[in-house]
Write a protein that binds this ligand. Structure first.
Ligand code: FES
Length: 83
């Protein structure tokens, strides 16, 4: 399945099987906002270990590199709500 997620309210296309991190990277989006620690969120390990790619989904923080895309999924920068 492919379609588009909503990143901070803007559509970002994804391909079948892509994670949120992959779809954002392919769209040229690498800065994911600010982490609760004050550091800038970004993909580092890509395997769910570093917690560097946290984004907001349904009021909780999730790893963008582990979160599969689905059409209409609303994700936002950490601390920015759900886009
Ligand atoms: S990039 Fe390390 S947890 Fe996602």
């Amino acid at each position: 399945m492919s379609g588009a997620i909503l990143w901070n309210g803007a559509p970002v296309a994804f391909r079948a099987g892509e994670s949120v991190a992959s779809a954002l990277a392919r769209a040229g989006i690498r800065a994911l906002g600010d982490l609760p620690t004050g550091q800038e969120a970004a993909v580092f390990c890509g395997i769910g270990q570093c917690q560097g790619c946290l984004v907001s989904l349904d009021g909780r923080l999730v790893e963008a590199c582990l979160t599969p895309c689905r059409d209409g999924l609303r994700v936002a920068s950490a601390g920015a709500g759900n886009g």
